[in-house]
Design a protein. Structure first.
Length: 441
């Protein structure tokens, strides 16, 4: 007898969720996909069985939609609904959910919680840090760190809460005034040791017992070529055919994987609940091993587009397995190819982006590996909505081929958009390799 069709609710409506949507569609069970997003993304709405746009951080609204749609499974894309307790509400309503409960999602929503957890459970790889609720003691700790510090506002800040010495803060005086700004806004903050080295991401699929690690991926946060310009949500990312980074060795990979595993165990022990979803470790390869820079409770954007383009297991089975505590590691595998993701963003992004201009995809012959992000649709016309707009993924047996494939697609879209042609090129990768060589000798 055929199993009944899964009705899966996807929460979120960006390019990451478009990648999740496409991966679910490919999973040979033909699920019915329902979407609760913050916007109407035509990449998803065109094929969704049900679609609503509304407050994704309102657990009641999400549960109401899930009940009306008779959802029997859910996956949460972005962090804000997790922090708002959307997974808790769905689980309470009897809908197994891939996406951690609010208490577990604190690993992302509170930087202080994350550092304390690593310390309490003796998990190595976390830099020296201290939590503050006022300016008391800040002077002394900054002096201890001897000019190498990072100040992080606690809470979900959309990437805007972190300032690094030598990059955003040129003196201890500037650090103090940033701390004062945070305190005045009613938040707490963490000061930690600044680490030096190339960054990479490792995603771990977890059902609370079993884990499967993803290939390593590297994101590019700066807006402009050569890692210059303002910080963004991420302009693009690449991964390698061997699923490692060109600047990591096997002990870096093992250390990162172990750290994710130990953190999942610590979270379960601390909260009494299993972690069901994706744990995203943001790491740095330093002179003496890896350091954990941050944890997130979800897939990365853009890294998700690399991973799910390469995904060749049964993604629906993986989601169901995470959500119900029955993860079968054989449902997850990734093609041994390179991938490059390049985001097209509006001119002026991130500070003053152009908005609501038409997007012309007519020259893009193959939209299979195109993911729509911040877009809108009016009278059948696709419009750019002001943030990261279109993500193109190229894959191939080598990084050069994947890069060329992504670049060939990205240049096909006219209009006031820009992207980073350097992402995935050998010149940029060589800079990472040179950096790690200079650090490790
Ligand atoms: P986070 O939101 O914690 O990932 O921080 C954003 C970015 O700030 C990271 O991707 C790093 O580039 C940088 N950063 C955060 N923490 C540190 C650290 N301890 N040392 C050096 N850079 C850091
Ligand atoms: N890749 C950055 C993020 O998803 O937070």
């Amino acid at each position: 007898m055929r199993a009944p069709m899964t009705k899966i609710l996807l929460i979120g409506s960006g390019a990451r969720e478009h990648a999740i949507f496409k991966a679910l569609l490919r999973s040979n069970e033909s699920p019915e996909i329902q979407v609760f997003g913050s916007t109407v993304n035509p990449g998803l709405s065109g094929q969704a069985a049900a679609y609503t746009s509304g407050p994704m951080t309102d657990p009641e609204a999400v549960v109401q939609f899930a009940k009306k749609s008779a959802s029997d499974l859910a996956i949460v894309g972005p962090e804000a609904p997790l922090d708002a307790g959307v997974a808790d509400a769905l689980v309470e309503a009897g809908i197994p959910t891939a996406g951690p409960l609010k208490a577990l999602a604190q690993i992302e929503s509170s930087k202080g919680f994350a550092r304390d957890l690593l310390q309490e459970y003796g998990i190595p790889g976390s830099p020296a840090y201290r939590r503050f609720t006022s300016l008391q003691g800040v002077d002394g700790f900054l002096a201890e760190l001897n000019g190498h510090f990072v100040v992080k506002a606690d809470g979900l800040m959309g990437g805007k809460g972190v300032k690094v010495s030598g990059e955003h803060l040129s003196s201890e005086k500037e650090a103090l005034s940033w701390c004062r700004e945070i305190v005045d806004s009613g938040s707490e903050f963490v000061i930690e040791e600044k680490c030096v080295g190339p960054e990479f991401s490792l995603f771990t699929f977890s059902d609370g017992k079993s884990v499967v690690h993803s290939p390593l991926v590297q994101d590019h946060k700066r807006a402009y070529v050569g890692d210059t310009g303002p910080n963004t949500g991420g302009m693009g990312s690449y991964s390698m055919p061997d699923h490692r980074m060109p600047f990591t060795d096997e002990s870096d990979y093992r250390a990162a994987a172990e750290m994710n595993e130990k953190t999942l165990e610590a979270l379960a022990s601390k909260t009494g609940s299993p972690y069901r979803g994706i744990l995203y470790g943001g790491f740095m390869a330093t002179a003496d091993g890896i350091r954990l820079i941050e944890y997130n409770a979800r897939f990365g954007d853009p890294e998700c587009m690399n991973l799910l383009t390469l995904f060749e297991g049964n993604f629906l089975a993986a989601v169901r397995g995470m959500a119900t505590g029955t993860l079968d590691p054989s449902s997850i595998s990734f093609r041994k190819e390179a991938s490059v993701c390049k985001y097209l963003v509006p001119e002026g992004y991130p500070d003053s982006p152009k908005k609501l201009f038409p997007i012309d995809l007519s020259a893009v012959a193959d939209c299979r590996d195109l993911y729509l992000g911040s877009v809108d649709e009016r009278d059948g016309q696709l419009l750019a909505a002001g943030s990261r707009t279109l993500a193109f993924v190229g894959t191939g047996p080598t990084l050069a081929e994947a890069e060329a494939a992504a670049e060939a697609l990205a240049v096909k879209v006219p209009g006031p958009l820009f992207h980073r042609p350097d992402i995935g090129t050998s010149e940029l990768v060589q800079k990472r390799i040179d950096l790690i060589k200079s650090l490790r000798g």
